[in-house]
Design a protein around this ligand. Sequence first.
Ligand SMILES: *C/C=C(C)/C=C/C=C(C)/C=C/C1=C(C)CCCC1(C)C
Length: 261
Amino acid sequence: MKTIYGRIKLMGASAALIAAPNFAQAASNLESDDFVGISFWLISMALVAATAFFFMETQRVEGKWKTSLTVSGLVTLVAAVHYFYMRDVWIETGSTPLVYRYIDWLITVPLLMVEFYLILRAITKVSGGVFWRLMIGTMVMLAAGYMGEAGYISAWLGFIVGMVGWAYILYEIFLGEAGQVAANEAPESVKSAFSTMRWIVTIGWAIYPIGYFMGYFTGAGPEEASSMLNIIYNLADVVNKIAFGVIIWNVAVTESDKAKA
Ligand SMILES: *C/C=C(C)/C=C/C=C(C)/C=C/C1=C(C)CCCC1(C)C
């Protein structure tokens, strides 16, 4: 049962997020055996550091790559702020911060799609249709996942429709117009970046449905299930937000140095 004091504490914890010097206080009750809570904390900080890095490095690269790095920094910034809140929900209640998680995805996944599109556009002409098709696949995937997790539809239905949305994104980047463009017109370094990004969307993104599966279909008790779900989603975010950004940073620097030489 939540006491008034508990509610006040929760509100206080949220307010503390806004006042930077009080961040540490918000998690003063992080337990030494709460590995999911610890992963929330570690990733929050890694996202903050990554954000600073991507923004600073925009100064080092050529014009057209600046936008890509800025978008990478926005992805990690938006995620960092959500992680502060998710961490507190987890530590205070021990339950899955579902709504914050999906609001984060709702903003960051489309930004990652923008990133794909920018990489292509930095080197060739692509139709705006590519962008919108990737976006539709993204929205179907996330809406279905949310409805399944929140219990508006059955967990299985959410999973299956979510998988269909993801499959459509994969189709577009491997076989559709985006795939064709990358295969035909791009210089070597961009081609290899595009191909690495494709594998991130295939292998890296596959970690999320695995998390969903572990959270809903293993028959584990609620506590164990939500621990598995959250730790797997957290790990996935390291790969797909930070590592993804580093790949883009690497192409941006390589291509810019080539242009300068
Ligand atoms: C930064 C956050 C990212 C890249 C989040 C990506 C999320 C997914 C790829 C989620 C995929 C899902 C499925 C493919 C089916 C089950 C439901 C989801 C939403 C977990």
